[in-house]
Design a protein around this ligand. Sequence first.
Ligand code: GLA
Length: 402
Amino acid sequence: MKAEIQSAGFTQQLASRFEEVYGHPPRVETQAPGRVNLLGEHVDYNQGLVLPIAIDRKLSLAAAPTSDGIVSLNALDLGEQVSFHLDNVSDQCDLSGRPLPGWALYPAAIADVLQRAGLAISGMQAVYRSDIPIGAGLSSSAAVEVAFATTWQAMSGWEMDKLALAKLCQQAENEYVGVSSGLMDQFASACGVEGHVLCFDTRSLEWAAYDLPPGTVIIIADSGIRRSLAGSAYNDRRSACEQAVDLLRKYLPGIQSLRDVSTVELAAYSTYLPDEIEIRAEHVVKEIHRVDQAIIALRRGDARMFGGFMFASHKSLRELYEVSLPELDKLVEIARGLPGIYGARLTGAGFGGCTVNLVEAKDAPVFIEGLQEGYHNKTGREAKVYLCYASNGAEARLTNLL
Ligand code: GLA
């Protein structure tokens, strides 16, 4: 309830800002959440299952259509504006021909992909802000993509289910922004279910929603380290997985992805892989297996079992996939010693950002304080540590209809 009231105030302020900028009220108000992934890291581009939740931090957008084909963006958090024309969106340039700034590539990518998919869209005036920290592994960019796609859909009226919209957003990020991300983030932002963990099969695209283990809460701890070079390091990891599949095909003909390789098969054939490819593949194959087991834990409501897989996942991300950092390792190590902890691990692509913790609800206040204090004592840095609630996916609301 509290979150709803705050959110209503938030969108009202945004609508007033829109009116100040454009001189008339917005016609659509949209919210799209970030996500935190509980388990199944770096497996979505290997056709594995993932267990994210859409979080109660979101991007809020107020918009109105225009008939001149111009998309005008006001990013309030950055204090920056830029405009581009729908006809020239593939050039990635603004109205005066200058390259679009990085932050504007995401909305532009959506305009590009929707048009290429043959969907009619109009120009747009947009004012937006987000309380999802950027570069923290909580999918701030997927929230931008999904918010703009949902807004264009609401303004244009074409039918499309949320999963199909999420796929277009992923395509936009892959082809226009140039990050070869999987589908998890856009899926979670589009399809989130309040109070539930999503279980998403990135191969069949089937999904279900599960309860969290009874009496537990999710706590996010932000290391304060923002990732750098994540794009290229991320693409490197992805290409290592593709190389592993190519090489393993010699022994396992017919495999499509690392999803098709069992832990037993990997144990037999990994010795034929170059060292670096071997450890990357080992993380992925075992992480996919861990998620299968963790789903059993969720069905049983067994927090300790689920948490054990989270710790194991972190170890594997640190030692085999090599996407952790000392600060993230510290957060996990400190969490392990605190009251109420079931499991902790880095979440998202890694190289900085946040850890996710599964904690006994009654111990949450002590846990939060202990983690903040411990992190400060061991690193001299401040961590933002907070409770996180699973929320619904993106929604757009038509307002001020003429
Ligand atoms: C990023 C990508 C996702 C996923 C995660 C790692 O968030 O956008 O598709 O690959 O990293 O699990």
